[in-house]
Design a protein around this ligand. Sequence first.
Ligand SMILES: [Cu+2]
Length: 350
Amino acid sequence: MRYLLIVLLLVTPLSLASQERWSSAGPAGHAPIGVMGDHTHSAGEWMFAYVYQRQAMSGLRDGTGRVSTDEAWMHYRMVPLSMEMDMHMPHIMYAPNGRVTIMAMGMWMEHSMEVRMEDALMAGHGHGHQMDGHGDRSFHNMAHSLSGWADTEVSALVTLLDRNRQRIHLNLGVGLPTGSVTASDDRMVVEHSRMGYPMQLGSGSWEARPGATYLRQTDRVSWGAQGLSTFRLNENSEGWKRGTEGEFNGWAMLRGSDVVSPGLRIQARHWGDVSGADSALDPSVSPENDPSLQGGTRMDAFLALNFQVPSGALAGHRVALELGGPVVESLNGPQSSHDWTVNVGWEYSF
Ligand SMILES: [Cu+2]
């Protein structure tokens, strides 16, 4: 009898819920702002959005262990010290019908990297005789910076299932090679002026970006899981190809308020080494020039806050914030190590 009661208690809310659909309404109806292509739109609906991301890196890692600047300096003539990447991502979503949502996303990036480098790598350097304690190589610190459009993504989100407050959609994306792979710094001697693989803004390749997203809602929580991948289809004009990437996102947003929703996200990423090589990059100069030192795996944890204006003149506007950093990081190094990521975004649908 007691078991029967428990079973009845469990089944009743489930059977009521099964009449309901998953809903993107409210601040919990969208994933944390760093997740792209998490939600679809209803027929005829548009969304304009802008996401800003800042990532900060410093120090070096090989595997999961740290490598000091002095240690790396024994093997290379240029060593990355820190890097900041700012990304501005405007995107548009439109649903021509209830099953398909189209998304187009541009990416303007600003990269800035501080390096320690041998004076001899500078164009027109005066032969200094400063000693660095590791031989007769004099050095200085300097910043390389670079900005421009990175690669562009166009994708279709196709809904496969929409019932019992669950949804599944496919993320069918294509990456267009709009970002440069030939950026250089002309303050350096001409044979070493090409910037390394991490600094280049694009992949230079056409990309297939298939993925899938699962969404689920209860009265208290809106949660989801997403797997995304990137396959570079051709070698770029400089004779190399970025490695295959896989990304997993899992998140949960608290429901209940029509204004604010706090949440958590876990992101795991794996990206492969570069195949082929840019003949303008000498791998003995810097680890950033070595195609076999580009891959890695990282898991980040994020705290998220989503806001939505529920009514009035600004109804339909959303603002969201996310802050996170690595929990685990393993790099084919020495490679720059991640410190933190901030995502800020604005979305408006009508
Ligand atoms: Cu949208």
